[in-house]
Design a protein around this ligand. Structure first.
Ligand code: ZN
Ligand code: MN
Length: 477
């Protein structure tokens, strides 16, 4: 059914900025503290307490805006967004409304079905987080933890430019990668430092107008992004196909049931009675401040990937994997700088190094110099690829120098042709009938003979040398 339908998705992403203190007070932002221990009159919303903007948070927000190619406005305005909720002590959230920090950016990402897609970033604004309602702590009661009340956030509002749930996931992954690269957030969805709401509508293929949309909330893990959006898309299509109409409302995703259910009718912005925050002057940024944030940006992932293609002659696919995060990209470059051939280094980083890191808290445990040595030992014929993997595992677990470890483990390949010739003679002697078949033209048996020599040598023979000696002996006799 989905082939005759098109899905329109726009994501609103809230990202917690990596600061020590909150947006408008000095309280700590550390995760995991006992409930209501990181609070003060400002973030508790006590009467008379006045907010003071956090300069570090503003700097990080500007960096994010610049990395997304947004126009950063020299003047933006904080606004009160009024609503009632138990975890919102002031009865309003300080956000930005009609004069946001930044507008009009883009994010390019690789869409599974459409290739490179450039999605619009409508706006990026600063705001404070609300507290947290805890529903599973006391029976039949809701507890409130205000440690998160006032934590600095940016909200990144994407345009309605995504065309499938899989595309939304790819967009979000690219956004997360970019924000991690520039170091403005840990982007940890499980800790709530990256949260996404999705606006979803459907239309028949060929239509151009946007239909009524719903907002899907409570997508609290990366794995659920695609699932939640698929469920909502299918619900809307089924509804319209059965003669119904989509109503504008907020849907909550329930990951246990893999279902969405309506929360409340969706607010229009006038429901929030926005007005400029009277306790804060407009936020004015000097050109020097913005330039300072620009110069603090590292090389961005797309630029790094293109440079790896150009400098190290990697394929786009390999360069994408190697630049998937900044630590891995730096590691790769250090392996190459330590003398490894670029493609061989990429192969090792993409397989052994990343697999090992995945099992060990993302730690790249083999030092770049050691990996470069392993690559060189394989290239020089001292280690088989199989043996080199063993050495890699040993260096990862215990450290040490690759050649010494290879020697200690008896993994050094025997490249002495006299020694190899001895194993070859034994193998040919033990397999007279295969020798006969080989000589009568069944040359694919060479692989069998090489395998037998490797076995006889307990993996120590240099396989290329073994093949050469085998060819000599089989043609000579
Ligand atoms: Zn506080
Ligand atoms: Mn928001």
């Amino acid at each position: 059914m989905s082939s005759s339908w098109e899905t329109i998705i726009g994501l609103e992403t809230h990202v917690q900025l990596r600061t020590k203190s909150k947006m408008f007070c000095g309280c700590a932002t550390a995760f995991g503290a006992p409930p209501n221990t990181q609070v003060c009159p400002v973030c508790l919303g006590l009467p008379g307490a006045l907010p003071m903007p956090n300069g570090a948070a503003i700097g990080l927000a500007v960096r994010a805006a610049l990395a997304l190619g947004c126009t950063v406005h020299p003047k933006s305005v904080f606004a009160r967004k009024n609503y009632f909720y138990p975890d919102l002590p002031k009865g309003y959230q300080i956000s930005q409304f009609d004069q946001p920090l930044a507008t009009n950016g883009t994010l390019s990402f690789l869409a599974p079905e459409r290739g490179i897609v450039t999605a619009g970033v409508v706006r990026l604004h600063l705001e404070e987080d609300a507290g947290k309602s805890i529903h599973d702590r006391f029976p039949k009661a809701t507890a409130v933890d205000l440690n998160r009340s006032g934590v600095p956030l940016i909200e990144i509002v994407g345009g309605p430019d995504l065309r499938s749930p899989a595309e939304a996931r790819a967009y979000l992954q690219t956004l997360k990668q970019l924000l991690e690269y520039i170091g403005i957030s840990d982007c940890d969805m499980e800790k709530g430092s990256l949260r996404v709401d999705a606006n979803v509508s459907v239309r028949r293929a060929g239509e151009t107008a946007l239909n009524t949309r719903t907002e899907v909330k409570n997508i609290n893990s990366f794995a659920f992004v695609e699932k939640a959006l698929t469920v909502e898309r299918d619900r809307q299509i089924a509804l319209i196909e059965s003669g119904g109409a989509v109503t504008q409302q907020t849907m909550l995703y329930d990951s246990k049931e893999n279902a969405v259910r309506p929360q409340r009718s969706k607010e229009e912005s006038h429901d929030y009675r926005y007005f400029p925050e009277p306790d804060l002057p407009p936020l004015v940024l000097t050109p020097e401040f913005v330039a300072e944030q620009q110069s603090a940006l590292p090389e961005l992932p797309a630029a790094k990937r293109d440079r790896f293609v150009a400098t190290y002659a990697l394929s786009r696919e390999h360069a994408t994997v190697v630049t998937s995060n900044r630590a891995v990209a730096d590691y790769y470059e250090n392996v190459v700088r330590a003398g490894a051939e670029p493609q061989a280094a990429a192969n090792w980083v993409m397989t052994e190094a990343l697999a090992d890191a995945k099992d060990h808290q993302e730690q790249l445990r083999v030092a770049p110099g050691a990996l470069a040595q392993i690559v060189a030992l394989v290239k020089g014929g001292t280690l088989s690829h199989q043996a080199a993997k063993k050495v890699f595992g040993e260096v990862a677990a215990k450290g040490g120098e690759p050649r010494t470890i290879a020697e200690a483990l008896g993994l050094i390949q025997v490249a002495d042709s006299n020694v190899v010739a001895g194993w070859v003679t034994d193998v040919l002697g033990a397999h007279a009938s295969e020798v006969g078949r080989y000589k009568s033209g069944e040359t694919k048996l060479m692989a069998f003979f090489v395998g037998q020599v490797m076995r006889a040598s307990k993996g120590k023979a240099d396989p290329k040398l073994a093949q050469r000696v085998l060819e000599e002996k089989l043609t000579a006799s």
